[in-house]
Design a binder for this molecule. Structure first.
Ligand code: AMP
Length: 509
């Protein structure tokens, strides 16, 4: 059996898998015997020390102790301003995620025997460089050797492809607990080529829960109980009930939610129809993204051979109906939306752990798996338009470019003996600097040259979607400098080290 595991670090639930001696990946149950672990952390203070609890118990406690619980931390990955204060320590998103990963690591060790150190961790395809780096760091803080950060839809397609041995174009629609993405891939034997991908990191089951909470709160208000959502304890309790009701509505046309608020008991009947009406705009957003990805990939529905629905929220009948209506095709039904990503990640973990990232072993018959991925975000730099003299964003690497890749562009100095050149690395597809984010900047020294001297800026994107920048003085043909984006939003090595020490010192229940 492989010692390397695949981890689907989800917004609401996480799962892990390993490839067995038979070459087939299987889910590793957690210590409570569950196939998925809620990505929820409860911070308990025991004798002045944090004793974090991760998983189902923590999720249940969320209702009674909402202030001590962190949920949906995946939405904050790469956000330098998000922090959670426990009684004893201030946690970054990477550290909270590391606690979830540490729990999985412990449970995997218990299930498989010994210490499990190597892992592939999945991320939404459209996660940018900063969020990927955060995820990798979370793995390191948890004590993992992170072999690779793999895109979730690619992982899902791998597990699907293994089982079905089917070639052609696969469209993966992934609606999870907190994130959404769509990816088109071409599968040819064991070669996976990503054609296009797009998504929304703030759209998922959570938003459908919110809609259902609103329906219930409005009904309770109509029955005389005003202000339910403004009360943190009542709202946390309702969130859990709303999620259960939402799941029920995937199977039955109506259900009831029972709420106790301000000493009164309320019963609210919710129909699937009312729920679907309230969430129509959310489904429409996912529909638009599907159409954008089809467009970017240059695909017509006739070109799509398989429709894969993954992520727990794709169990909602309206997702299946919308996709069927849009595509005229029946989505594949024999995929477990909660497990497909972890299973695919386990396959990749096994291949990666065999040496240098170059797969040498064959899984599922045939040749080794190769993955050709694309960039999920455009990358560019700010320049001055020579005619209008206004700042413009020049996109060097457009979104959906195959990676690894290298692109360069030549720019010209604006003054005689210009001493510095400033490189602003931007993320986004627009030419308008107002609509892109600056994710890194550096200023490099330039030797004296006349105005209009050429300087080449080179961007390199590696398979983990980490970006490197190099600037060449084309007058002297000397490199002026090379840098990895100094991601202000990420932890530096010292911080990762400190965080690792803190997390290593905690006992997780
Ligand atoms: P994931 O992050 O892929 O595990 O997806 C978790 C999300 O799927 C959560 O928002 C769940 O509420 C949602 N979910 C799971 N099962 C169902 C179901 N049967 N119907 C609707 N939503 C579900």
């Amino acid at each position: 059996m492989s010692r390397a595991i695949g981890i689907d670090l989800g917004t609401t639930y996480s799962a892990m898998a390993v490839v067995g001696d038979d070459g087939a990946p299987r889910i590793i149950d957690n210590a409570e015997g569950e196939a998925t672990t809620p990505s929820v952390v409860l911070f308990q203070d025991i004798d002045g020390k944090d004793s974090p609890m991760v998983g189902s118990m923590a999720k249940h406690m969320a209702a009674s102790q909402p202030m001590d619980v962190v949920q949906f931390v995946k939405r904050h990955m790469g956000d330098p301003n998000w922090r959670f204060d426990s009684a004893n320590y201030t946690y970054t998103p990477e550290e909270v995620s590391a606690l979830i990963l540490k729990r999985l690591k412990q449970d995997a060790g218990q299930a498989l025997g010994g210490s499990i150190d190597d892992a592939v961790i999945t991320v939404p395809a459209y996660f940018d460089d900063a969020r990927r780096t955060s995820t990798k760091q979370a793995g390191q803080i948890a004590g993992f050797n992170v072999l690779r950060v793999l895109n979730e839809p690619t992982a899902a397609a791998i597990s699907y492809g293994l089982d079905h041995d089917r070639d052609g174009v696969i469209l993966v629609y992934d609606l999870g607990g907190g994130t959404f993405d769509v990816t088109a891939l071409r599968v040819n034997g064991n070669d996976y080529e990503v054609l296009a991908t797009d998504g929304n990191r703030n759209l998922g089951g959570f938003d459908f829960d919110n809609a259902l909470m609103q329906i219930v709160a409005d009904d309770v208000a109509a029955q005389g109980g005003e202000g339910l959502l403004a009360d943190p304890v009542a709202a946390a309790d309702l969130r859990e009930k709303a999620e259960m009701a939402k799941r029920a509505l995937s199977n039955v046309p109506q259900t009831s939610v029972y709420v106790t608020f301000q000493g009164n008991n309320y019963r609210v009947r919710v129909t699937r129809q009312a729920f679907e009406d309230a969430t129509q705009s959310l489904i429409n957003q996912t529909r638009d993204t599907v159409l954008d990805v089809m467009d970017d990939a240059g695909l017509e529905w006739g070109d799509v051979d398989h429709l894969l629905l993954v992520g727990g929220s794709s169990r909602m009948p309206m997702v299946r109906e919308m996709m069927q209506e849009l595509s005229g095709k029946r989505p594949e039904t024999d995929v477990n939306p909660d497990e497909a990503v972890a299973l695919g990640a386990a396959v990749q973990a096994t291949l990666e752990s065999q040496g240098d990232g170059a797969p040498t072993m064959t899984i599922g018959g045939g040749s080794p798996i190769t993955i050709q991925d694309v960039t999920s975000q455009g990358l560019g730099t700010i320049s001055v338009d020579k005619d209008t003299r206004q700042d413009i964003n020049v996109v060097l690497i457009p979104r959906n470019t195959q990676i690894p890749c290298m692109k360069s562009e030549v720019f010209y100095t604006m003054h005689d003996n210009q001493q510095h050149i400033r490189v602003d690395v931007t993320q986004g597809d627009s030419n308008n600097p107002d609509f892109v984010a600056i994710i890194g900047a550096t200023e490099l020294q330039l030797p004296p040259h006349p105005k209009g001297s050429p300087v080449e800026i080179i961007y390199r994107y590696d398979i983990d979607q980490i970006v490197q920048v190099e600037v060449i003085d084309l007058t002297t043909h000397q490199s002026l400098g090379e840098f990895e984006i100094d991601r202000e939003s990420n932890l530096d090595q010292g911080e990762v080290h400190e965080a690792s020490a803190h997390v290593a010192g905690l006992t997780i229940e």
